[in-house]
Design a protein around this ligand. Structure first.
Ligand code: PA5
Length: 514
């Protein structure tokens, strides 16, 4: 560790207040030269993607999230309009909600948002609300799962009469989101309210959700386009509709993302923070994701950033096949929470335990807006936070653990836009370096199909249950099913008051009846 090493490995965008410090990654001086061919390819792919190539070949789709913050880059006028027109409409809608022109059926202003979505249709809005939504005129809650108790817990705390539901699903057919919406609709009805008159949807124009919204008479719908992927949709209508309603400066966030896109559009890795990050990931994990990435923002308002990055990175890079069809099992495992809190949790292992990771610290230079008290002579809480961050970074390095540090001045819509765009681009470039499609998600689709198989079997088992107690094996044989799968259906039914289970010496001997 030396000052000159720090200085020569620092990429500073002074106009953005942003720095990327790779000085503790021990990258070889020849890295850019060694990776020249792969870098050229990544730059070529970036240009092709931004000019409208089918960058997601498996789904035959363009990948256009960069156009969202700079519509002038869109490959044609139709796409440009698909960006600019909803933006005008959603701002107008939000201002009518704020003024009370669009109000509850009883004429009151909405004061709560219930966002229903999952994955890319929830994580971005959750991150943004938590990071910069403190002054929102609408307190926001999320249904992002099909857990009945979780749904009850969220709905129990809400005054539904003043709640605006925002159902977000690009495909419009995601079961968890559909279930959350139907559960919410029932709760509204039980409270004597008309869900549709307090609901809007963000979805593709021909989706099941779109049709449902039209048929039920939702207040309005906002479109979501085919060329925006779920996990890169935070700056599309998916994130912008909630942001507008929450009074978050979405133009500043788009401007932050646009500014970072411009910096990371440079061919020269020495000037391109995303390319440097992608190369650092590649070097650290041998181009095979051999090291996990631990994300440690030292700022409470960025606590969800690790979760957001976990999806962005792992759903994008975690792929079995490369673009040539070879089996590669790519990916980078990402986890994290926040510092200094985690120093009292897993950082012990990071310092002294198994060495299977590198860290990404996010430093926010400003402690708080106003003055601070001295918690001990001369030092504030913010001084301690900085001390813990600097100390941990150094201690990790001293025990041979590498880390990246990204610094921003404060957490604002603009700087959040910078960070989001930085990692979106890094994922794109890394995917090119390792030759994979970052924009499809066959594993997610496979999970949905597997749930469908379980649900079909569950229906059969439920229908076949009788008053006569039977073992899972007997029942499975009667319906030509796998005995263990049948057993899990039966215990699920028993736990939910739809079957009676008599426990015996082992699961094979347990019996079930109606
Ligand atoms: O990134 C993705 O594509 C996924 O995580 C989706 O966002 C998620 O499955 C939700 O899909 P949808 O928006 O279609 O409901």
């Amino acid at each position: 560790m030396s000052f000159s090493n720090y200085s020569s490995h620092l990429l500073r965008y002074a106009d953005l207040g942003f720095t990327l410090d790779l000085s503790l990654m021990d990258l070889p001086a020849s890295l850019h030269a060694d990776m020249a061919d792969k870098i050229s390819r990544a730059n070529r792919d970036r240009k092709a993607l931004e000019s409208g190539a089918i960058a997601n070949p498996d789904e035959g789709r363009m990948v256009g999230h960069y156009w969202l913050r700079n519509p002038a880059l869109a490959p044609n006028d139709e796409i440009r309009k698909q960006i600019t027109e909803p933006l005008i409409a959603l701002k107008a809608f939000a201002s009518k909600v704020h003024s009370g022109e669009i109000a509850t059926p009883s004429g009151e202003k909405f004061d709560t948002l219930l966002i229903i979505g999952i994955g890319g249709s929830a994580l971005g809005p959750q991150l943004i609300y938590d990071a910069v939504g403190a002054n929102s005129p609408l307190r926001t809650h999320f249904l992002d799962n099909t857990d009945p108790a979780g749904i009850d817990r969220t709905l129990a705390g809400l005054d539904l009469s003043r709640t605006l539901a925002v159902v977000i699903s690009k495909s419009g057919g995601t079961p968890e989101t559909r279930n959350g919406m139907l559960e919410a609709k029932t709760a509204f009805e039980r409270a004597g309210l008309n869900f549709a008159k307090q609901a809007i949807a963000v979805t593709r124009d021909d989706s099941k959700l779109y049709k449902f919204a039209k048929q039920e008479g939702f207040i309005t719908t906002f479109p979501m386009e085919d060329w925006v992927g779920g996990r890169t949709s935070v700056l599309s209508t998916v994130g912008l509709v909630p942001m507008a309603l929450q009074g978050i400066d979405l133009d500043a966030m788009l401007a932050g993302a646009k500014a970072m896109d411009e910096k990371t559009r440079r061919d020269d890795p020495a000037q391109n923070a995303a390319l440097q990050l992608a190369l650092a990931w590649h070097h650290e994990g041998n181009g095979k994701g051999e090291k996990d990435m631990v994300v440690l923002p030292y700022k409470d308002s960025l606590v969800l950033f690790s979760k957001y990055l976990q999806q962005l990175i792992m759903e994008s890079l975690g792929k079995e096949k490369d673009l040539d069809g070879n089996t590669v099992h790519q990916g980078i495992a990402v986890y994290g929470n926040k510092g200094s809190t985690d120093q009292h949790a897993y950082v012990q292992q990071l310092r002294d335990g198994v060495h299977n990771f590198f860290a990404t610290f996010i430093e926010v230079r400003q402690g708080r807006e106003g003055d601070s008290i001295e918690v001990e002579p001369g030092n504030t809480s913010g001084d301690f936070l900085q001390g813990f961050f600097r100390g941990t970074r150094k201690a990790l390095y001293e025990s041979g653990r590498h880390s990246i540090t990204i610094s921003i001045p404060e957490v604002t819509p603009f700087t959040l836009g910078l960070l989001i765009a930085l990692f979106e681009r890094t994922v794109s470039l890394y995917a090119s370096l390792v030759n994979i499609n970052a924009y499809h998600q066959p594993g997610v689709e496979a999970g949905k199909a597997a749930a469908g198989i379980f649900l079909d079997l569950l229906a059969k088992v439920r229908a076949h249950l009788s008053a006569t107690p039977k073992t899972a094996e007997t029942l499975a044989a009667e319906i030509s099913a796998d005995p263990e799968d049948t057993y899990h259906c039966l215990t699920h039914l028993a736990a939910n008051r739809q079957a009676r289970q008599t426990q015996a010496s082992s699961p094979t001997a347990d019996t079930f009846s109606r």
